[in-house]
Design a protein around this ligand. Structure first.
Ligand SMILES: Cc1cc2nc3c(=O)[nH]c(=O)nc-3n(C[C@H](O)[C@H](O)[C@H](O)COP(=O)(O)O)c2cc1C
Length: 369
């Protein structure tokens, strides 16, 4: 097997049959006026499928809760128009032989009043905080929690109904589910706060409700991260033992694939082992995992210049990735910015053109193509 060929082995992960190991990472693009995926969005995803991407995870798409959204022009995953828009995306991706799942999203306390759909609705979060110690929004009641769990389940059901190949639950990056996980923003004194078991209860209820709302083999991917947009060095777990305590109940609740979001895939997660985050989760749960973070690029994506711009980066060798894949550390590899810059990234890797690909430049976000 030539070295990059390892990325092009088909994968059968439960019901999900993928032509190769390359996944498009979820990336918010804000080209859905009226919160409906436009024809531009259909074409954008179609091109990535035609370019050889095995599995597309859509940009975050909001579940049906008044406080789920935090940004203008992002797509919703409810309402006839938005679901019809997604249906077109699904059909276009399938026509190219690709697979696609929506990333189901609730931003939690990141939402500010003034945001669509109802500008008077504040951010909802476990303790009214998006940032530790600063109460800026509404602390969720148990009824609110039940509403959000039900909205995730409905979205999962709708995803299956329009032919999506599974779902991804967004449990990462300091948004709502992660605000429950993180002690910094979860200061509740009921059964949803305190111990790790309690802080995971909300996520577990969402996973179980999504499982119950879909057929037993409908793939559920769960994305989580140590880092938070509010605090890049934050960590939910600092040892393999803590990771086991955290991840096993999520796995038992019905997750099929864990998407372990890190900024640099080559970094070892805990001292004394080379394994990265996805490697540890695979080792502990025995479930398939997706790695991510600067694949094919020479710099990680988080802004360092005080702006909201994701960092620019040049193409870089895949050798370290291939070494880890050969060691069976993870199953799938998600690619973010490099797939914005190169819709045919997968096909070009296969053609041996890694070094010739386009660099990622921040102006690429100014149009959708
Ligand atoms: C423009 C942009 C938008 C993003 N939006 C999301 C999102 O909606 N949901 C999510 O989980 N991650 C989001 N991310 C993070 C990516 O999924 C990915 O983890 C990150 O870009 C690292 O991969 P990369 O180094 O290959 O770009 C976004 C990243 C970028 C660059």
């Amino acid at each position: 097997m030539s070295s990059t060929e390892i990325l092009f082995r088909p994968a059968t992960l439960g019901k999900l049959e993928l032509p190769n190991r390359i996944v498009m990472a979820p990336m918010t693009r804000s080209y859905s006026p009226g919160n409906v995926p436009s024809d531009l969005v259909v074409e954008y995803y179609r091109r990535r499928a035609a370019g050889g991407t095995g599995l597309i995870i859509t940009e975050g798409t909001c579940i049906n809760h008044p406080a789920a959204n935090g940004y203008a022009n992002v797509p919703y995953f409810y309402g006839d128009d938005a679901l019809a828009g997604w249906q077109k995306v699904v059909d276009a991706v399938h026509a190219e032989g690709g697979k696609i799942v929506p990333q189901l999203w609730h931003v939690g306390g990141i939402r500010r009043p003034g945001t669509e759909p109802d500008k008077t609705v504040p951010g909802f979060s476990p303790s009214g905080m998006a940032v530790p110690g600063k109460v800026t929004g509404h602390a969720m009641s148990k009824d609110d929690i039940a509403d959000v769990v039900a909205a995730f389940a409905q979205a999962a059901k709708d995803a299956q109904a329009i032919g999506m190949d599974g779902i991804e639950i967004h449990g990462a990056h300091g948004y709502l589910v992660d605000q429950f996980f993180w002690e910094g923003t979860n200061q509740r004194d009921d059964e949803y706060g305190g111990s790790m078991e309690n802080r995971s209860r909300f996520a577990i209820e969402i996973i179980k409700a999504c499982r119950a709302a879909t057929s037993p083999d409908f793939p559920i991917i769960f994305r989580w991260s140590q880092w938070k947009q509010q605090d890049y060095p934050a960590r939910l777990v600092t040892s393999p033992e803590q990771l086991e305590e955290f991840i096993t109940p999520l796995s038992d609740a019905g997750v099929d694939i864990f998407h372990c979001s890190a900024r640099r895939f080559w970094e070892s997660e805990f001292e004394g082992s080379e394994l990265n985050l996805a490697g540890w989760v695979k080792k502990i749960t025995g479930k398939p995992t997706i790695t991510v973070g600067s694949v094919g690029l020479n710099a990680d994506f988080l802004p360092t210049d005080g702006t909201a711009n994701f960092r620019e980066a040049e193409p870089a060798s895949l050798d370290k990735l291939i070494d880890r894949m050969q060691a069976d550390e993870f199953d799938l590899v998600a690619v973010g910015r490099a797939l914005i810059a190169n819709p045919d990234w997968a096909n070009r890797v296969r053609a041996g053109e890694v070094e010739q690909m386009a660099a990622y430049e921040k102006d690429m976000l100014l149009k959708l193509d």
